[in-house]
Design a protein around this ligand. Sequence first.
Ligand SMILES: [Mn+2]
Length: 309
Amino acid sequence: MHYDIIGDIHGHAEELRQLLNKLDYQRSGHGYRHAERQAVFVGDFIDRGPANAEAVQIARATVEDGNGHAVMGNHEFNAIAFHTQRPDCREFFRCHTEKNQRQHQATLDQLSSIELREATKWFKTLPVAIELDGIRVVHAAWQPTDIQTIETALDKLGRFTVDFLTFACQQDSPLFRAIENVVKGPEIELPEGKSFVDKDGHERFNTRVRWYANPAELTLQSYSIGAGDVLPDEPVSPRSSAGIASYPASERPVFFGHYWLQGPPMPFAPNVACVDYSVAKQGKLCAYQWNAGDTVLNPAQYVWVDALN
Ligand SMILES: [Mn+2]
């Protein structure tokens, strides 16, 4: 099979329709289909954009009709936790703080309560990582041990059940760490006294990293993603990057979203490609057209549409 791996949509359904058209998909029921190819969604269907209900509807129908695949993004995981009440108190697994509420507001405003319930039900069915013939897909980072930890817990405790969430939302439990790493991406602590301001204006003392790379070959600045250019060109402390699995050059291609990239789409490495080019920040909704058997990724295989607003 050939696959078109599609980046974070974040409620930008119109750009999704345009992108699928550009990729030669045809409307089919509520979703889309292609005679020779399948769509693969990297997650983060919701939050921020103007058409969250339609974004979920298109992705879901495409997957459920057998014309595509999807993995869970951090926004779907957060939505499940936001809408599931803890058994021991009135709190939700993701607290309804102003910040968490704001992050989810577009979805809350645009989906009816039935749509929200249905969407959350679908999110719970999504795998956190998939292997298709010839490729791997995950929302943020391919971390084999962590993926195994999550899958074992899902089998044992049920898919995103109250029992699962009880462990998953317990700060620094192994399951919490595993979900952070796979769905939100591994981060390292900045050296004492260093911080930067992220795209949402929050001061951060950690940075997301190029988990697929070997930190011994990079500096703190070149290992980090999304921290601008404020970090020092000093070695990455082995202690801070311990436990992060790099991605060997001999492995099949891996695709993911999550990283809010800007500029011309470009694989990170011959077998590593991010497809999130920030449609929700005036960037592009992007896909990588992968053909069966391709082992070396090529920037010419990226296809995109520009954000509409
Ligand atoms: Mn994300």
